[in-house]
Ligand binder design. Structure first.
Ligand SMILES: [Fe+2]
Ligand SMILES: [Fe+2]
Length: 278
């Protein structure tokens, strides 16, 4: 797909605003722009989408029809394809990589979104576990996007509390169901991504029902409430804001993430070395 540079810059607030963005924020913005453009010319207009005009969103059948127009599948992880041009060489991680190393060197396309979500949760006075769940909630999308709630929860299971993994696992299902009492409305982004008439599969509906009856429903719901679907170009929280929360709630393995022989170590290694052909 061809990028309309002028339109892209205009939507982000002009060339100066784009220049002030970090490389990662720009890559994220580009990805969302291309996603909206792929969904159709009407859907690409942020104004019409914000107005909630159902006619401007694609249908689930239209989304489905796009599958054979791409060289890669939408469920693949960010690290395995470039948002524009070719993929870049990745800097090697230290021998005993920490969560911060992964955040800084590998989670480049999800980190700003996750930091913004955690920042919002912090401002809203959420618990440390909710803030941590927000910080981690989409990072596994660097490895794989499809069913990212389940993949993400699994990848973090050895290192955080069950409450945090519950919140990460179920945010994927809860985001499809409104909960106005807790301040969650169905986002227009999903009307664009999944189609205006998309109905979640039975396993998603089942997960939502399970979560609503669970003692940790609130924690998972708060991940969706503090999730951010829009770009805020001038908001760039840093990982340092969350150093204490990570220290209290994340068990960093002394061997390094990927080398601690847990059942998920290979997931971390795959993020560390995605260029290995086998
Ligand atoms: Fe998510
Ligand atoms: Fe998210």
């Amino acid at each position: 797909m061809k990028l309309d540079r002028r339109d892209f810059f205009a939507k982000l607030g002009g060339a100066a605003a784009v220049a002030a963005m970090t490389h990662e924020a720009r890559a994220d913005a580009l990805e969302h722009y291309m996603m909206a453009a792929a969904a159709g010319p009407a859907a690409a207009g942020a104004g019409s989408a914000a107005a909630g005009d159902a006619k401007s969103f694609p249908t689930a059948a239209q989304i489905d029809a796009q599958i054979e127009t791409r060289p890669t599948r939408k469920g693949g992880g960010n690290l395995f394809s470039a948002s524009e041009g070719n993929v870049k060489r990745l800097p090697p991680l230290p021998a005993k990589p920490t969560l911060a190393d992964y955040f800084n060197q590998r989670f480049t396309r999800t980190s700003n979104h996750c930091l913004q979500s955690a920042n919002r949760a912090m401002k809203n006075g959420m618990s440390e576990e909710i803030i941590l769940a927000c910080l981690l909630h989409d990072t596994v999308q660097e490895l794989i996007k499809v069913d990212h709630g389940w993949w993400g929860a699994q990848m973090y299971e050895p290192y955080v509390s069950p409450k945090v993994t519950f919140a990460i696992r179920y945010h994927q299902a809860l985001r499809f169901y409104e909960d106005k009492e807790h301040g969650y409305e169905y986002p227009d982004l999903y009307r664009r991504m999944f189609g205006v008439d998309y109905k979640p599969e039975p396993y998603i509906e089942q997960a939502w029902k399970t979560a609503t009856k669970h003692k940790w429903y609130f924690e998972s719901r708060m991940v969706t409430v503090n999730d951010l679907y829009a770009f805020e170009p001038n908001v760039n929280p840093t990982l340092e804001q969350f150093t204490d929360i990570i220290g209290h709630n994340f068990k960093q393995p002394k061997e390094g993430l990927g080398y601690d022989n847990t059942p998920v170590a290979h997931m971390w290694r795959s993020i560390s070395m995605p260029d290995h052909p086998l």
